[in-house]
Design a protein around this ligand. Structure first.
Ligand code: GLA
Length: 703
C-alpha cells in the first residue's frame, strides 16, 4: 500500500518504489511536513511533530514546514493560500479536519479554517513506479458570502535541511528556449514565473533541487513540474532555519478572484518527485510519467514535412503539391501546410482570424491539395492560430470588442496582432465553431496550434473577475475546454502545441497535445542545447525537431546533412527545408535517414534517455536511448570542434546488461561485438574528427 496512516503517531506516509514522503498532525492541529527522501521508517518520525518556538521575532518553525499553509497569524512564509473574507478579515488559520483514502493511490486531507466554513482539500495521487506524487487543492466556500482568493498555490514541497541547496531550472527567449541554469539558494526567495499569459519561453514551470553535488548518474534530486499553461509562479524559499520550501501554482499577479457561496475552485496539478539516481533518473521518471500517464495517446510521432521555412506566407497550391511530391519521395508520413493558407494572409500584417481557405491560393479549394497529399500516401495537417487576430481582418472589423483591451488605451500590437479574449463565452464558441467546421469539412489529421504573442491590456477588472477565476485563469480553462472538446469530436486528429516556438509547453497542455514544437530555431547545433534543456523535464516522445537548410537562415552556419538529421532524429523527426530545391544526392541521403529513423523510432520515443556528455562542459555531446527491454540502444554523438590532432574518445554507455553481448554498428561501419560490461566501464571508442561531426551508433543485444 503506497499510502498509510499511522494512527498512534498521527502520521501519514506515502511510499513509492524509492522514496518516503511523510507528514503528520501536531498537537495544535497543524499539518506538518516531516520528511521526503530515500526510504525510512515513518513511525520513527513522531518526535518531529512538535512546535518549536524560537523567539517573538520568528514564526514558529513548524509553520514554516506546513504541508499547505495559509497567510494568517505569524506565518510569513510564501503563502499557499491567501484570502479575504467578506467581513474584512484577511487572516486564514488552516487546521487538520479529516482524511479520506480515495483509492489505493490517492488520499485527500481536508483542512478547514478555525472559524469560517472554508475548506481546503489537499489531494495526493501517488505514482509509485515513477517515484512521483501529484498534488493539487480544491477550495470549497461553505460560507453564505463570497470569499476573495488572492493567492492559491497547487502545492508546497519541502526539502529538509541540506548543507547546501542548488536549484536547477531553464530560462531562454524566442529561438533560444530551454537553456539550463543552476543557482545556489541562499536565504530568501528565487522566483520563476510567467506574467505573459502563457507558459512562456523565458522560464518553464519545472525545478530541481540538490545539494550541489548531484550529477547525471548519482545524487539525490528533488524536483517538480506544474501543469499550467497560463501565468504561473514557482517560489523556492530558503528560510533562516535552513529549510527550502517550493511553492507553486497559478501566479497570483493581477489574478485575485471571487469564490461565491457554495463554489469550489480546483488548482492545477503540481507533480513532485525524488530520486537518488541523479538528474538522469529524474528525467527518465518524468519522461515515462508523461508517456504513460499525461499524454492523451501513446501513438508514435509521424515523420512530418512542414512548409513554413520553405515558403513562409507565399503558399500556392502548385508549390505545396511540389513539396508534397518530394516529401513523399523521402518517406514522409504527414504533410503540414503552415501559416499563409487562409484569408488575406500574405504576410503577418493581415488575415489572422479569417479562417477560410484563400481562393486565389487554392482556386479549387483545399481539397485539391488534400487529395494530392493523400494520393501520395501521406496524411494532411494544417497550422492555425485561433487565439489571435490582425486588426486588418474581417473578424476584427466585425468584432473589435472581442480583443483584450482597456477603454483608454490603444492595444499593443505584437507581430501586428492582438489577442482574442478567450474568456468570453462568444469567443470560445467562435473558436470551437470554426475549428469544428474545418475539421469536419476537410480530411485533416493534424493541427499545429500556434500563439504568437503575449497578453497585454488584459481588460478591466469588471470584465474579468468572477467565479471562474481571473481572466488569466479563464483564458487557460477555455483553451483546455476547446482542446478537450475537439479531441472528443475528432479522435483521429493529433495536435501540436506551439507558441512562437516552445512558449507553451508544460504538463497542463501536454494532457491535450500529442507533440510540441519546442523552438523556431532549427539550426541543428543550437538545437542540441535547446533539446538537451528540454529533455530535463520533457519526454523525447513530444519533442519535434526539423531538418532545415544549410547554411541556416538564422545564423549562416553550415552543417552537414548527417549532423542535421542526427540532431533531429533525437525526438519526433520532421523536415522543414525547401526540398523542391534539393539535389538528387541530398534527397537520396535524406530518404535513407528517414528509413533509418522509422526503424529506431520506438526506442527514441518510448525508451530511456541517458545524457552521456554535454556541449555545456565538453567538446563532445552524446545521448543514449535504451529500449525499455534493454536489448537495443541508439547513441548520437556530436563533435563541436576538434583540437590538437585526432582523438579517440570513450563513451561510457549506461544501463546495458553487463554479461550480455551486443553487436555495435557505428554509422555505416561493419558491426563488431562488445559486452555490456566493456561498453559501460571501458566505454565505446569513437573517432570524431574536424568540426561539427556526428555519428549514430546502433547497439543490439545478441543473445
Ligand atoms: C510561429 C511558429 C512557426 C511558424 C510561424 C508561422 O513562429 O513557431 O513554426 O508556424 O509562427 O507564422
Amino acid at each position: 500500500m503506497p499510502i498509510t496512516y499511522l494512527e498512534k503517531e498521527n502520521i501519514f506516509e506515502i511510499r513509492t518504489a524509492q522514496s518516503s514522503y511523510v507528514f503528520g498532525i501536531n498537537e495544535k492541529g497543524t499539518i506538518q511536513h516531516l520528511y521526503w527522501g530515500d526510504h525510512i521508517e515513518a513511525s520513527e518520525c513522531g518526535y518531529l511533530l512538535v512546535g518549536r518556538l524560537h523567539s517573538s521575532f520568528d514564526a514558529e518553525i513548524d509553520r514554516e514546514t506546513e504541508e499547505y499553509g495559509g497567510w494568517g497569524g505569524c506565518n510569513y512564509a510564501e503563502p499557499a493560500l491567501k484570502v479575504s473574507f467578506a467581513d474584512g478579515v484577511r487572516d486564514l488559520r488552516l487546521g487538520y479536519k479529516s482524511y479520506r483514502i480515495v483509492s489505493e493511490n490517492e488520499i485527500v486531507i481536508r483542512m478547514a479554517d478555525a472559524y469560517y466554513p472554508l475548506f481546503v482539500d489537499v489531494h495526493y495521487k501517488v505514482l509509485p513506479a515513477y517515484d512521483l506524487i501529484e498534488r493539487y487543492v480544491q477550495v470549497h466556500n461553505g460560507l453564505n458570502e463570497s470569499v476573495r482568493i488572492e493567492q492559491i498555490m497547487a502545492a508546497v514541497w519541502t526539502v529538509q535541511a541540506l548543507p547546501d541547496y542548488r536549484m536547477t531550472h531553464v530560462t531562454g527567449r524566442w529561438a533560444g528556449e530551454y537553456q539550463l541554469r543552476s543557482t545556489v539558494l541562499s536565504e530568501g526567495k528565487k522566483v520563476l514565473e510567467s506574467r505573459r499569459g502563457f507558459t512562456g519561453p523565458h522560464a518553464n514551470p519545472w525545478f530541481a533541487i540538490d545539494n550541489g553535488q548531484a550529477d547525471e548518474t548519482s545524487g539525490r534530486v528533488w524536483f517538480g513540474a506544474l501543469g499550467w499553461s497560463g501565468n504561473w509562479k514557482i517560489v523556492a524559499e530558503k528560510t533562516t532555519f535552513g529549510h527550502v520550501r517550493i511553492v507553486g501554482g497559478v501566479n497570483d499577479f493581477d489574478s485575485s478572484f471571487v469564490l461565491a457561496p457554495g463554489e469550489v475552485y480546483a488548482s492545477p496539478v503540481f507533480v513532485g518527485g525524488f530520486t537518488s539516481g541523479g538528474f538522469g533518473q529524474m528525467s527518465r521518471n518524468l519522461h515515462q510519467y508523461q508517456n504513460d500517464y499525461v499524454l492523451p495517446t501513446s501513438k508514435l510521432r509521424k515523420v512530418l514535412y512542414n512548409s513554413w521555412e520553405a515558403t513562409e506566407f507565399a503558399v500556392t497550391v502548385e508549390g505545396q503539391k511540389e513539396l508534397a511530391q518530394q516529401a513523399a519521395r523521402l518517406g514522409v508520413e504527414r504533410f503540414v501546410v503552415d501559416d499563409g493558407w487562409f484569408g488575406e494572409r500574405h504576410s503577418d500584417r493581415a488575415g489572422l482570424g479569417d479562417w477560410y481557405v484563400n481562393a486565389e491560393k487554392f482556386p479549387n479549394g483545399l481539397e485539391e491539395l488534400i487529395d494530392h497529399v493523400k494520393g501520395l500516401g501521406m496524411e494532411f495537417g494544417l497550422w492555425v492560430e485561433p487565439e489571435s487576430v490582425n486588426p486588418d481582418s474581417d473578424l476584427f472589423r466585425a468584432h473589435p470588442e472581442w480583443v483584450y483591451q482597456f477603454p483608454t488605451r490603444e492595444g499593443t500590437q505584437l507581430r501586428n496582432q492582438l489577442l482574442l479574449n478567450l474568456g468570453l463565452p462568444e469567443v470560445k464558441q467562435f473558436v470551437l465553431h470554426f475549428m469544428t467546421t474545418l475539421l469536419t469539412k476537410y480530411d485533416i489529421r493534424f493541427i499545429k496550434w500556434d500563439m504568437n504573442r503575449t497578453v497585454t491590456e488584459p481588460g478591466t477588472m469588471a470584465s474579468c473577475q468572477d467565479a471562474d477565476g481571473s481572466m488569466w485563469i479563464k483564458h487557460v480553462h477555455h483553451l483546455y475546454d476547446i482542446w478537450s472538446e475537439l479531441r472528443g469530436r475528432f479522435p483521429h486528429v493529433e495536435f501540436e502545441t506551439c507558441a512562437g516556438g516552445g512558449a507553451r509547453i508544460d504538463l497542463g497542455i501536454l494532457r491535450y497535445a500529442d507533440q510540441a514544437w519546442i523552438s523556431d530555431n532549427t539550426d541543428a547545433r543550437d538545437r542540441l542545447s535547446i533539446q538537451e534543456g528540454f529533455s530535463y523535464a520533457y519526454s523525447p516522445s513530444v519533442m519535434m525537431c526539423w531538418v532545415t537548410e544549410s547554411p541556416h537562415g538564422f545564423n549562416g552556419r553550415s552543417l552537414p546533412l548527417s549532423y542535421r538529421f542526427h540532431s533531429a532524429m533525437m525526438g519526433g523527426l520532421g523536415i522543414g527545408a525547401n526540398i523542391s530545391k534539393w539535389s538528387t544526392e541530398e534527397l537520396d541521403e535524406a530518404k535513407r535517414y528517414v528509413e533509418l529513423y522509422k526503424e529506431i523510432r520506438p526506442v527514441i520515443l518510448n525508451g530511456d534517455l541517458y545524457r552521456l556528455s554535454s556541449l555545456r562542459d565538453s567538446n563532445v555531446a552524446a545521448y543514449q536511448y535504451n529500449s525499455t527491454e534493454r536489448n537495443e540502444s541508439i547513441v548520437f554523438t556530436f563533435l563541436q570542434s576538434q583540437h590538437f590532432g585526432s582523438e579517440v574518445r570513450h563513451l561510457l554507455l549506461q544501463d546495458l546488461v553487463s554479461h550480455a553481448a551486443y553487436a555495435v554498428t557505428i554509422d555505416e561501419g561493419e558491426p563488431f561485438v562488445r559486452h555490456g560490461s566493456t561498453l559501460m566501464n571501458l566505454g565505446l571508442a569513437v573517432s570524431l574528427r574536424g568540426d561539427y561531426k556526428s555519428l549514430m551508433i546502433r547497439i543490439k543485444r545478441l543473445d
